[in-house]
Design a protein around this ligand. Structure first.
Ligand code: FE2
Length: 126
């Protein structure tokens, strides 16, 4: 049985990280953030879309990553739009401040392949 490669109506989220599809490697956003932070002290969060095992997403007028979003729990922290061809590299660097522990989630939208979400990242606040 072959799994559908992507959905335009539902969230695309890999189930098996040991066996990612090429489609997932191109679209899934990866969050880099510290595991522990201090309350009310800014820390760096980087979100990179795709590029897993070197498989980068195309960046053309007809096919590109339109935006990436970062959430802390259910709260939208940031949304960044990319202009095709003009934005070189699908990543964002953010400074984030938390008052309490939160689960970070990132989503990316490709105009041809829908919305993708990667692994959650829990940040503990001391
Ligand atoms: Fe795509």
């Amino acid at each position: 049985m072959s799994e559908k490669e992507f959905s335009l109506t539902e969230l695309n989220k890999p189930k098996d990280w040991t066996n990612l599809t090429v489609m997932a490697k191109k679209h899934v956003p990866i969050i880099e953030a510290p595991e522990k932070v201090k309350a009310k002290e800014a820390f760096a969060v980087r979100v990179k879309v795709g590029g897993i095992h070197g498989v980068e997403h195309p960046n053309t007028l007809g096919h590109w990553i339109n935006w990436v979003e970062l959430y802390a729990g259910e709260r939208l922290v940031s949304r960044v739009n990319f202009a095709p061809e003009m934005c070189d590299g699908y990543f964002v660097n953010l400074n984030v401040t938390l008052n309490e522990a939160a689960t970070l989630r990132a989503r990316a939208f490709c105009n041809l392949h829908g919305i993708w979400e990667g692994k959650e990242k829990t940040v503990i606040v001391e």
